[in-house]
Ligand binder design. Structure first.
Ligand code: SAM
Length: 174
């Protein structure tokens, strides 16, 4: 799978904690290798690392990054998710043509600065209606990786065994 990272812009720790946590966990579950968050938030880092410790994988979280130079100088393909962008079905073949090294997916919280639209390699819409960064990220990753992200074994201490009813969990820490 292509090495893929998420850049979360505009995170406000007091307002967005839950949504940004969901952005991070969605990134991890659907196949990304890490998330960069523009605002420093140690509690967010601890929450995400606690999931990684229990459920496995090597997903990384870094908060408090200077997003402007980070995005502008990213040495791969950047994909800004926005309802104003090219429809995902039209964009994915174009992205696959050029994304050979690594990919950075950018999602906002509140209004995204105009520079992002200029610096991103692609501006991509999961449809052209307003909805959510969590939904947009999940749809994009699932379509891009054609479901492969959801099939990975993350080799965690806690492993969920799919079942029709109830909960089956193997816990190697006990
Ligand atoms: N009103 C803000 C603006 O105009 O930039 C966007 C707020 S929206 C709740 C937060 C983020 O969700 C956006 O920055 C974008 O990344 C994502 N998003 C929402 N709807 C989307 C769509 N239809 N396609 C792609 N991304 C979307």
């Amino acid at each position: 799978m292509l090495d893929t990272y998420v850049l979360r812009l505009g995170h406000r720790p007091e307002r967005d904690k839950r949504v940004t946590t969901h952005v991070a966990l969605t990134a991890r579950a659907f196949g990304a290798k890490g998330i960069f968050v523009s605002t420093k938030d140690e509690e967010l880092e601890n929450n995400v690392r606690s999931v990684v410790d229990r459920f496995g994988g090597d997903f990384q979280i870094t908060t408090g990054i200077k997003w402007k130079p980070f995005l502008k100088e990213f040495d791969g393909t950047s994909v800004h998710l926005t309802m104003y962008g090219t429809h995902v079905d039209d964009a994915i073949p174009l992205i696959k043509d050029v994304a050979t090294r690594k990919m950075l997916i950018v999602v906002g919280a509140e209004k995204v600065p105009p520079d992002v639209y200029q610096w991103a390699t692609f501006n991509v819409g999961m449809g052209n209606q307003p909805h959510s960064e969590v939904a947009a990220l999940a749809v994009f990753l699932d379509r891009f990786f054609q479901g492969e992200g959801l099939r990975r074994d993350m080799d965690g201490n806690m492993k969920i065994l799919p079942c029709e009813r109830g909960k089956k969990v193997v816990n190697d820490t006990q």
